[in-house]
Design a protein around this ligand. Structure first.
Ligand SMILES: [Zn+2]
Length: 193
């Protein structure tokens, strides 16, 4: 049985939301890669002060964060409202945690791209110019900035449509894949993405 544990807060609403998002995320990931492993996710609710202390300065605005120890941390102040934004970020972080259960060493760009794609939490206006980052740059040094998230998501869309087997392998084994920016752009134009 896949399970979710919430520590530090007895909010039934949070538990139920997280459980629903866990089930949804597992279904979504199983459309890409089939796995039999039981998933176990821990959510730890902490105070805002602790939350900020444990994060890089860049993340001060975030209320929920998946950390390298495999757990998801939530700032307790973010409980005031379970709005759509909160749900989308929790969904995103739960996807990171599932991927970590599948492969602890999954590449950062891949994990961020999948989480962004499946939780649909970055929507860029088509009128805005999209700055596509070359894949080798994304792989070498993933920056926590919208162009990087958006680019990672597009490379994953490309792999999902054209080379699903390679995407599966990538999730499991961090193998190398080369996609040029030109290839990606022509895919986006032909598919009207
Ligand atoms: Zn993320």
């Amino acid at each position: 049985m896949d399970k979710i544990i919430v520590n530090g807060n007895k909010s039934k609403r949070l538990y139920e939301l997280a459980k629903k998002l866990l089930d949804l995320s597992i279904k979504q990931i199983k459309c890409i890669i089939n796995f039999n492993k039981e998933i176990s996710i821990k959510i730890i609710v902490i105070t805002r002060k602790k939350f900020i202390k444990s994060l890089d300065e860049n993340f001060n605005n975030y209320a929920i964060m998946f950390m390298e120890d495999g757990n998801i941390y939530i700032n307790q102040d973010s409980f005031k409202n379970f709005d759509l934004e909160f749900c989308k970020i929790l969904h995103h972080e739960i996807i990171h945690a599932i991927l970590y259960n599948i492969n602890k060493n999954i590449d950062l760009w891949l994990s961020e791209g999948l989480a962004t794609l499946l939780a649909r939490n970055i929507v860029k206006d088509k009128a805005n110019k999209i700055n596509i980052i070359p894949l080798n740059k994304l792989k070498k040094y993933f920056k926590f900035n919208i162009d990087y998230y958006y680019s990672a998501m597009l490379y994953i869309k490309y792999l999902y449509v054209t080379q699903k087997e390679i995407l599966k392998e990538l999730i499991l084994s961090n193998m190398d894949v080369k996609i040029t920016k030109k290839e990606l752009v022509s895919f986006l134009l032909t598919n009207n993405i």
